[in-house]
Design a protein around this ligand. Structure first.
Ligand SMILES: Cc1cc2nc3c(=O)[nH]c(=O)nc-3n(C[C@H](O)[C@H](O)[C@H](O)COP(=O)(O)OP(=O)(O)OC[C@H]3O[C@@H](n4cnc5c(N)ncnc54)[C@H](O)[C@@H]3O)c2cc1C
Length: 393
């Protein structure tokens, strides 16, 4: 196929998931001529940003995330005002753990120090407020009162629409095949060639495939996640329909497992309760049937449901797939390419990046515009990993 002649932009963003879309939105807000490239026709469900819901919370063990959430909440509200839709639903978020669990203690300490509205709940208070959700002896629970649920699909659509209203261009169904670094970066897709002063790579689970030819090997793992929805044993009788919060169960039963849940939204009467993890898989193989090893995740969830939510059937009623892209420390990567300063990387969101995406987009747009980033990016640097540069290139 004949390629079109090159077009010059201030910035090209590769990947129209939530992170790339918010990056493009902030660039356009700052009058940068921006092109957002997406390999699949939009909307699609093959990356990490699809589906109707995501948890939003300040309840983090790492203080830098708790601190960043303040501005992220403000930016979500700004998008809601601009788009004229509601994206955030306040339900409260519970964190459940064994008493003395270090992560739990750190979460409470961070919320206290940042004046986040929160409280410890006793088993009695939990029973009164959230009937149907049970604690086991020796377990503790706290509530991040402003935690809740984001409408993910709606948010993705809204941010892309706002970007286009501000004059931004989206080209979907165009896979980036080649990136030529330089003072001007040349990007070749399946149908065109584009040029830009800066490039942002927010390719989600495909990040490593885009970065390898640019000489960068990051320790990213792509995981296939089973997204499970559970039904009440007797409709309306579990006590969960009236007032179900979002929740995280951390290191219960002395295991490292993390389980999270959200109130019913996607499927009337079904609750989204998932295992925070999965099996390594190539994003191209995401649609293949579940492997035998994946039954493990489901078994952990079935045990969890039986113990903590006995009003639900302990077998999933609906199962869907999504992808995580994990770093070894589960912290994001937000940085310049070590050898090409006008190439910016945003990846490794490790299954918790949605709530922070408006701020991630702002930070990546600052890096792409040569501005001082508004936050200390030390926890997010490429250089925290050993030998990220592929010396053969
Ligand atoms: C099941 C599940 C539950 C989650 N729950 C939460 C939660 O409760 N709270 C929370 O904060 N976060 C949560 N997350 C994490 C959050 O959804 C992700 O961190 C976020 O969506 C990552 O967005 P992204 O833009 O980096 O990736 P993606 O959405 O995958 O976007 C990357 C895009 O790049 C495109 N692309 C890749 N390569 C190319 C190429 N060569 N050319 C053109 N385009 C390309 C892809 O097609 C894709 O559209 C969850 C994730 C999953 C999977």
């Amino acid at each position: 196929m004949a390629l079109h002649s090159s077009t010059m932009f201030d910035c090209i963003v590769i990947g129209a998931g939530i992170q790339g879309s918010f990056t493009a939105y902030h660039l356009a807000k700052n009058q940068k001529k921006t092109l957002l490239l997406e390999q699949f026709p939009l909307p699609h469900s093959r990356g990490s940003s699809h589906g109707q819901t995501r948890i939003i919370r300040r309840a983090y063990a790492e203080d830098f995330y708790t601190n960043m959430m303040d501005e992220s909440y403000q930016l979500w509200a700004e998008l809601e005002r601009e788009a004229g839709i509601q994206l955030y639903r306040k339900t409260g978020l519970l964190v459940i753990a064994k008493a003395g669990n270090e992560e739990f203690e750190a979460v409470c300490k961070n919320m206290e120090q940042t004046q986040t509205p929160w409280e410890h709940l006793t088993a009695e208070q939990l029973k009164l407020k959230y009937p149907g959700l049970f604690l086991n002896p020796g377990e503790v629970v706290c509530c991040d009162h402003n935690g809740g649920v984001l409408s993910a699909d709606k948010a993705l659509r809204a941010v892309q629409e706002q970007f286009q209203h501000m004059g931004g261009a989206i080209k979907d169904g165009e896979k980036v095949k080649h990136v030529q670094p330089g003072q001007v970066v040349t990007v070749t897709t399946t149908s065109s060639v584009y040029e830009a002063k800066t490039l942002v790579i927010t390719a989600g689970p495909w990040a490593q495939k885009v970065l390898s030819p640019l000489g960068l090997e990051l320790p990213l793992k792509t995981l296939r996640i089973n997204v499970c929805y559970w039904k009440e044993k007797i409709s309306g009788r579990s006590g969960l329909q009236q007032n179900f919060p979002a929740f995280l169960g951390i290191s219960l039963d002395g295991e490292e497992h993390e389980v999270y849940g959200l109130p019913s939204q996607e499927y009337p009467g079904l609750f989204k309760i998932c295992y925070h993890g999965g099996n390594e898989a190539d994003p191209e193989e995401r649609e293949l049937p579940a492997k035998q090893t994946q039954v493990q995740d489901i078994q952990i969830l079935c045990n969890f449901i039986t113990k903590y939510l006995p009003g639900l059937h302990p077998t999933p009623a609906v199962m869907e797939q999504c992808m995580y892209t994990n770093t070894p420390d589960n912290n994001f990567i937000l940085d310049h390419h070590p050898s090409h300063k006008n190439i910016i990387i945003g990846c490794g969101f490790s299954g918790h990046g949605f709530k922070l995406s408006p701020l991630v987009g702002k930070i990546l747009s600052e890096l792409a515009s040569g501005k001082q980033p508004s936050y200390d990016l030390e926890p997010f640097r490429v250089t925290r990993f050993k030998t990220p540069l592929n010396s053969s290139l």
